[in-house]
Design a protein around this ligand. Structure first.
Ligand SMILES: Nc1nc2c(c(CN[C@H]3C=C[C@H](O)[C@@H]3O)cn2[C@@H]2O[C@H](COP(=O)(O)O)[C@@H](O)[C@H]2O)c(=O)[nH]1
Length: 346
């Protein structure tokens, strides 16, 4: 299937444009080779591959349609876990920070979402069923996220609204399951992204930067990536254009890229981040952080291709590796905090 070039490169084209027109953020190009060598050595040492995805205790293990719907729900809600009260943001979280205890472990951040969904499934709540999402009451859906600490999950109202809306769309257009949406994409990652943008508006992570429309598409892309990694590139994870997927511009990987010397912030931005100032969704500073992050990982990917032409490593695996690394070394990421933008895009 021939896919119009514009569609496949829309995120990379946007990232390049942002990187070339930034005031607050820059990429130290002289650090790329050394940082890439460090990343490559560590990925090889860990034998980092799609198989790493299934090793995470909270990720589903059976490769069937229920796992597809699990991934859909997780990536529908995969946004804004940073805490209003836990400014330290260390791996040992502030005791009041939103957390979900599952099988004896208290999870915060992204993993609290997976824990909340698994807790609901264990309680017999069919939370990943389109029909249930469409028909459940707001209270029942909010109950999924109940906290085991003082703080509630950020953006609870928005999460409930998105679940109901997605349930209705799944029932109306895809017979209640995301499996049917994947089938319509005919093994194309970009087609699946377009279906997400068409039927599920909260995935439209598209902004205006320097009077130009820029595509970031973080949750749409990570949805494809999670399917691809979970199913190891076959079955519901088969995408013939998977390598057109870029890094996912969240708030954790940029912090790790800065630590790795692959991003630089000017004094104004660095001061604002250290002071814990929120950045408005769609602001120039926020878009520069997100766009330069995508472009920095693209340059790492290109360098890896240069030194290892026949490698299987794509932007997805580089991103997943850096994110997992960031969680492991979270206490060392002290130079700059993650940026704080309340948004359902990431
Ligand atoms: N770029 C990128 N962003 C990612 C992930 C993941 C988790 N992916 C898992 C699946 C496969 C991988 O191996 C990971 O194990 C979550 N996020 C984003 O991070 C933020 C949450 O951060 P914190 O508050 O510290 O938990 C939030 O914006 C969330 O959307 C990723 O992989 N890449």
């Amino acid at each position: 299937m021939s896919i119009p070039v514009a569609m496949t490169d829309r995120v990379l084209d946007s990232a390049k444009f942002i990187a070339e027109h930034s005031d607050y953020v820059s990429i130290p190009y002289n650090h790329i080779d050394q940082a890439t060598e460090r990343i490559l050595k560590s990925m090889e040492h860990r034998k980092y591959s799609t198989k790493t995805w299934n090793q995470h205790p909270l990720n589903p293990k059976c490769l069937d349609t229920s796992t597809v719907d699990w991934i859909f729900l997780v990536d529908l809600l995969n946004f804004s876990f940073w805490s209003d009260l836990d400014h330290a943001d260390r791996s040992t979280a502030h005791p009041d920070r939103y957390a979900v205890t599952y099988q004896g472990v208290a999870y915060t951040g992204y993993w609290s979402l997976c824990a909340a969904i698994n807790r609901a499934l264990d309680e017999g709540i069919p939370i990943t069923s389109g029909k249930y999402l469409a028909e459940a009451s707001d209270e029942a859906l909010a109950h999924i996220f109940r906290s085991d600490t003082k703080e509630q999950v950020p953006m609870l109202k928005e999460r409930v609204m998105l679940m109901k809306e997605a349930g209705q769309m799944l029932c109306k257009h895809f017979d209640g399951s995301f499996v049917n949406c994947i089938a319509q994409a005919k093994y194309s990652a970009q087609q699946l992204i377009d279906l997400l943008l068409t039927y599920f508006p909260s995935f439209r992570d598209i902004h205006t930067f320097r009077d130009r429309q820029v595509y970031i598409l973080k949750r749409a892309q990570i949805m494809v990536a999670d399917l691809w990694a979970c199913f190891d590139g076959i079955s519901y994870g088969r995408f013939d254009d998977i390598d057109t997927i870029t890094m996912f511009a969240d708030y954790r990987v940029p912090q790790a890229l800065y630590h790795l010397g692959l991003l630089e912030y000017n004094t104004t931005l660095k001061t604002r981040l250290i002071q814990g100032e929120d950045l408005l969704s769609g602001s120039q500073e926020e878009i520069e952080i997100r766009g330069n992050s995508i472009w920095a990982v693209e340059l790492v990917r290109q360098r890896i291709q240069q030194v290892m032409p026949d490698t299987h490593i794509n932007a997805i695996l580089i991103d997943f590796y850096i994110w997992d690394l960031a969680k492991e070394i979270q206490n060392e990421l002290t130079a700059v905090p993650t940026h704080h933008t309340r948004s359902w895009y990431y």
